[in-house]
Design a protein around this ligand. Structure first.
Ligand code: ZN
Ligand code: ZN
Length: 425
């Protein structure tokens, strides 16, 4: 007797759920919330999970929600969705467009929009959760439905630091998806790195201020910062091989208040994106080396400060698990709707934090969310089709149909690779 996949019964009820999921999606879209402020969203999620019979824990790592559905002996599957929105003013013109405003971490009043599509992720995972609860006779195992706060600022780490490992069953596999500006109805996946690692930090140089006419009595941190900015440009060009990739961007530089004052300090913010651990470690070590050396070269009064702002690991797809998921997605969605990405996407995600911290393999895929008609007029070989709004754009507007259906189906089909169905002898 061998276990067979329970995928057919899991998928059978998806079409009947779509009208309700569409209403849910429009409600979530109209009520976006900033990172770590997803109180309403978490409430909607927790209420639905409880209705469906999930053992539900709220307030994990701030506003995170974890549902556990234990259903006999079998593997533990973690399904993850993120819940936060962005400080972007929505310009989609949709009837359910957001007019919400919020208060950001600096205390400023800002517009809020689901410009990264996390409302789609919540909708699809709640759809999958409903199906899993309704088909308990057809599968065995345990499913964790993880609704994460604050993906945009690395909220996965706060869930881990809140005792995730000890409070919930350890997963055998972690699965996640992200809506992208690719044709709706399709998914895209690849083994190995699928999204870049990102490291963001703030660097402060400590000089000694004084009158602009008497630089000899000062240590000028502006000159130090300028030298560091230029030297940092050599990290990727001189230290990263031609067959490897990295991006290093100095995103801001601040120092001083007036043309005749030499300030005490100057500050940079820097972002580094890489797709391999070795390259990441080398680039970060080079940044530290250069920043300290330029500080010493100027004679700064104390060592520079390098303070992390946020860190996202490489989103690294386990090769064997990815092959199994890709095959399951091809069966569920159709082979021509499952694309293989040629290279990692340069954006970053914190989804891999779960797999890394919980010692489980993970698989992540891109969920097409854009009206396929928009692709008819653009050159698909172009890196960024100009007419198609990307994530974080005020015009980013995933089409609910068929995206909700394909996203819900994809989660269930992938989960079913691990969940068991014992045939009746
Ligand atoms: Zn985003
Ligand atoms: Zn996102």
């Amino acid at each position: 007797m061998t276990a067979v996949s329970p995928v057919a019964p899991l998928l059978a009820g998806v079409p009947a759920r779509l009208p309700e999921l569409r209403t849910l999606y429009e409600d979530l879209h109209a009520h976006p919330e900033l990172s770590f402020q997803e109180f309403r969203t978490a409430g909607v999620v927790a209420a639905r999970l409880r209705e469906q019979g999930w053992d539900t824990t709220e307030g994990v790592g701030g506003t995170g929600v974890v549902g556990v559905l234990t259903n006999g002996e079998g593997p533990v599957v973690l399904l993850r969705a993120d819940m936060d929105a962005l400080p972007v003013e929505e310009k989609t013109g949709l009837p359910y467009a957001s007019t919400a405003r919020g208060t950001d971490q600096a205390g400023d009043d800002v517009p809020v929009m689901h410009a990264c599509g996390h409302d789609m992720h919540v909708t699809c995972l709640l759809g999958a959760a409903g199906q899993l609860a309704a088909t308990r006779d057809h599968w065995r195992g345990t499913v964790l439905a993880v609704f994460q706060p604050a993906e945009e600022v690395g909220g996965a780490t706060t869930m881990i630091l809140d005792g995730f490992r000890d409070r919930f069953p350890r997963p055998d596999i972690c699965l996640g998806q992200h809506v992208t500006p690719t044709p709706a109805g399709s998914v895209a996946i690849k083994p190995g790195p699928i999204m870049a690692a990102a490291d963001f930090f703030r660097i402060t140089f400590f000089g000694r201020g004084g009158h602009g006419s008497m630089p000899e009595t000062t240590v000028d941190p502006i000159v130090t910062a300028a030298a560091a900015i230029m030297r940092l440009q050599t990290v990727v060009s001189r230290e990263v091989g031609a067959n490897q990739s990295a991006v290093l961007t100095v995103g801001s530089v601040h120092g001083g208040t007036k043309e005749n004052i030499i300030p005490d300090t100057a500050e940079l913010t820097v972002g580094v994106r890489t797709t391999s651990t070795a390259v990441r470690e080398r680039v970060l070590a080079s940044v530290r080396r250069i920043v300290h050396a330029e500080s010493d070269a100027t004679g700064c009064v104390k060592a520079p400060e390098i303070v992390p702002i946020s860190t996202f690991p490489v989103t690294d797809n386990d090769p064997a698990a990815t092959e199994a998921v890709q095959s399951a997605l091809s069966t569920a969605l159709g082979k021509d709707r499952v694309l293989t990405l040629p290279r990692p996407v340069p954006a970053s995600e914190d989804f891999s934090t779960f797999g890394t911290e919980l010692d489980a393999p993970s698989v992540y895929w891109c969920l097409g969310g854009t009206d396929p008609g928009l692709f008819a007029s653009v050159d698909m070989t172009s890196a960024s089709p100009p007419d198609v709004p990307s994530n974080h754009s005020p015009h980013f507007a995933p089409v609910p149909e068929p995206t909700i259906e394909s996203g819900t189906t994809a989660l269930l089909a992938a989960a079913a690779v691990w969940l068991r169905r014992e045939p009746a002898a």
